[in-house]
Design a protein around this ligand. Structure first.
Ligand code: KG4
Ligand code: ZN
Length: 343
């Protein structure tokens, strides 16, 4: 089955064509023989970073304007790169939420129009589910059950996965998402938007133990997170310290955030006796996090999975993959923008 995936929930316009081969059995989805296989025929992404950079963050109405302008261009690029035509598409998948409402609407309306014009079925996708499913793109066997850590600009979530259809949310952030903390801290350090990659770059030149920032909620009994106190500690440090090395602040901040993420994920994996740990979402593009969680997971006896870099930040391929699984599982969603949709 050939799926067109459309993503416009934030500041990337992503359209992808994915060929999906059905799993042998649905019941055991996630176990070797029954893992669906995906071939990414194209993955076109138009980033709006330059447009939002002067504002230090995403401006929703500008995002809407850019998506509207870019969607037809990105569609043409995705079809061309996949060497395919509308007639060959079997299913259209579009992000319906969560995300910025004006941005979501552009993708939803565009997908509805395509569906009508091409006479193809349309399915709504939960953006967070898509981040989770991006771990299936590599086509590797993921032994289950698993703990999944989803880290993005808007969310920090720990899931206990029985399989790829059934899961339970066991923890989430009580305030800022970890990506949001990276972005806000970057702004405090006068780095450009988006902050995550900038902090990562600067951190390479600093010492991770130069400043002892707090590790909020690291030792609480639950699996929840909090990053707002860490951000505030950094604010006071930079305000009250006469001379400091920005790179040390970036490295120490990154280390504090990573320590909590790694510690709580491993703790959850042990407590629930799972086999695998899955990392996904935009912040999963952070090399230090991938390496640190990967290493700790493996030495603790867990399998570790993280998608290739290009599938961590928002893209159409993960939407197509999630659309396919929603279709397989017969999950129906309203095709309308749902800014606060949860997992
Ligand atoms: O998943 P995503 O593209 O969009 C949302 O669904 O939110 O994630 C974007 C977030 C931003 O906060 C960005 O700063 C962060 O992911 N991010 C990173 C890195 N690359 C992107 N954070 C830390 N290190 C990175 N290398
Ligand atoms: Zn995302």
């Amino acid at each position: 089955m050939r799926i067109l995936g459309i993503e416009t929930s934030c500041d990337e316009t992503g359209i992808s064509v994915v060929e999906a081969k059905a799993p042998r059995s649905l019941g055991k989805l996630g176990i070797s023989a029954s893992t669906p296989q995906f071939k990414i025929l194209s993955n076109a992404v138009s980033s709006q970073i330059k447009v939002h950079r002067p504002f230090g963050g995403v401006v929703p109405m500008l995002a809407k304007r850019e998506h509207i302008k870019n969607l037809p261009i990105v569609l043409e690029e995705a079809l061309k790169a996949a060497k395919t035509k509308p007639e060959k598409i079997d299913l259209i998948a579009v992000t319906v939420g969560p995300g910025l409402e004006p941005a979501l609407w552009t993708g939803v309306l565009f997908a509805k129009e395509l569906s009508k014009r091409w006479k193809k079925p349309l399915i709504g996708v939960n953006h967070l589910e898509a981040h989770l499913y991006s771990s299936l793109i590599a086509g590797k066997k993921i032994p289950l059950p698993a703990i999944a850590l989803i880290v993005s600009g808007g969310h920090t979530i720990l899931l206990l996965l029985k399989n790829f259809k059934t899961w339970k949310k066991i923890g989430e952030t009580k305030d800022d998402a970890v990506g949001e903390a990276f972005d806000k801290v970057a702004r405090m350090l006068k780095l450009s938007y988006p902050g995550g990659p900038e902090i990562q770059k600067l951190a390479l030149q600093g010492k991770v133990d130069a400043i002892q920032f707090p590790r909020p909620m690291m030792h609480t009994k639950d699996y929840d997170f909090s990053f707002s106190g860490l951000k505030t500690a950094l604010f006071y440090y930079t305000r009250d310290t006469k001379k400091y090395k920005k790179a040390d602040v970036a490295a120490s901040f990154q280390q504090a955030a990573l320590d909590v993420l790694v510690y709580k994920t491993i703790k959850a994996a042990r407590a629930y006796g799972v086999q695998s740990i899955i990392l996904s979402g935009g912040v999963a593009a952070n090399t230090a996090l991938r390496e640190s969680l990967g290493k700790t997971a493996r030495t603790s006896g867990f399998h570790f999975f993280v998608p290739d870099f290009i599938y961590n930040t928002d893209n159409g391929a993960m939407i197509a993959v999630a659309g396919y699984l929603s279709y397989l599982f017969k999950k129906k969603r309203r095709i309308t923008a749902q800014a606060n949709l949860s997992l």
